[in-house]
Unconditional design. Structure first.
Length: 269
C-alpha cells in the first residue's frame, strides 16, 4: 500500500473515467460480442448460464467469504474469552472488517448500487431490455435498485487486497498479484455475463483500492493516526469483560445451590 499503487489507481480512474465519459458507447461495443453469444436455446449473454463460469464465480466469492468468516471468528473468540490472546491482531481485525464494511458494503451496495440508477447491460434497449442506456457518470437511469454501477462481486473480490497488504513481506507481492488476478478475473466474468459494463467493474476496483489504501494508512502507516496494538486489544477486552463476568457469575452462582440440594437429600436418608 504505497504511493505507487495509489498513483496507478488514480491514473486508471482518470483515463477510464474520461474515455468512457466522452465515448460512453465504448461500454456497449465491449459488451456487444458477449450479447451476441447465444446458447442452444438462443439465450443472449449465454456466458451468464455457462456452468463452469458460474462455478468459477462462486469459488471466488467463497474465497472472500472464507477470509471474512475467519476474521470475524477471531473477533468473536476474543469477545467470548476476553482474557485470551487474540487469534488475529486487533489492528488487523479492525482493518479487515472496516474495509469490508466500507468498500463492498457501504460504498458499493448501499450508496451506489441502490442510488446510482444505471441499468445493467442485459436490461438496456440496445440488447432487447426495457431500460435506457446511460453513461457511467449519469445516475438518472431507469434501474430501480441493485443497479449496474458499480459491481458488488468485483468490489468484494478486490477487497482481498486488504488481507494481501498484511501478508509477510516475502509473500506480499505474490499476495497482491493473486488479489489482482482474482479481481480482474471476476471483472471479466461479470462483463461476459452481461451483469456489468466495463466502466462499472473498473470503478469497483478503483473505489475498493482507494478505501483499502486509506484505511491502511490510518491504521498502520501514518504516525498521527496509527493505533497501538496493545491499547486496541485492551479496549476490546474491556468492552467484552462485563458480559463475560455476568455470564461466568451466573454459572458460579448456580453451582453452590446444586451442592446444597445434594447435602439435604443425604441428610434425609
Amino acid at each position: 500500500m504505497n504511493r505507487t499503487g495509489l498513483t496507478i489507481t488514480l491514473a486508471v480512474a482518470v483515463v477510464v473515467g474520461a474515455v468512457f465519459g466522452i465515448y460512453p458507447e465504448l461500454d456497449l461495443r465491449i459488451s456487444q460480442p458477449f450479447y451476441e453469444t447465444l446458447d442452444a436455446s438462443k439465450n443472449i449473454f449465454a456466458w451468464r448460464i455457462y456452468p463452469p463460469l458460474m462455478w468459477l464465480r462462486d469459488i471466488m466469492l467463497w474465497i472472500v467469504t472464507a477470509v471474512a468468516v475467519a476474521v470475524l471468528f477471531a473477533l468473536i473468540a476474543k469477545l467470548v474469552l476476553p482474557r485470551r490472546r487474540m487469534l488475529i491482531s486487533a489492528r488487523a481485525i479492525l482493518f479487515l472488517l472496516g474495509t469490508l464494511a466500507l468498500a463492498p458494503g457501504l460504498v458499493t451496495n448501499v450508496l451506489l448500487k441502490d442510488h446510482w440508477a444505471r441499468p445493467r447491460p442485459i436490461d438496456v434497449t440496445q440488447y432487447g431490455g426495457p431500460e435506457h442506456f446511460v453513461p457511467w457518470w449519469d445516475p438518472r437511469g431507469d434501474c430501480p435498485n441493485n443497479c449496474s454501477f458499480v459491481s458488488g462481486d468485483v468490489s468484494g473480490v478486490y477487497w482481498l487486497l486488504a488481507p494481501a497488504a498484511l501478508a509477510p513481506p516475502a509473500w506480499r507481492a505474490a499476495a497482491y498479484a493473486g488479489a489482482l488476478v482474482l479481481g480482474t478475473g471476476m471483472a471479466a466474468i461479470r462483463v461476459a455475463m452481461g451483469g456489468h459494463f466495463t466502466s462499472d467493474v473498473v470503478f469497483a476496483g478503483v473505489f475498493t483500492f482507494l478505501i483499502v489504501w486509506l484505511m491502511h494508512g490510518l491504521i498502520y502507516r501514518w504516525p498521527r493516526t496509527r493505533l497501538p496494538e496493545k491499547k486496541l486489544e485492551r479496549a476490546i477486552e474491556r468492552a467484552a469483560l462485563p458480559g463475560y463476568n455476568f455470564v461466568t457469575g451466573l454459572f458460579a452462582a448456580r453451582k453452590p445451590a446444586r451442592k446444597k440440594r445434594k447435602r439435604t437429600r443425604r441428610a434425609r436418608k
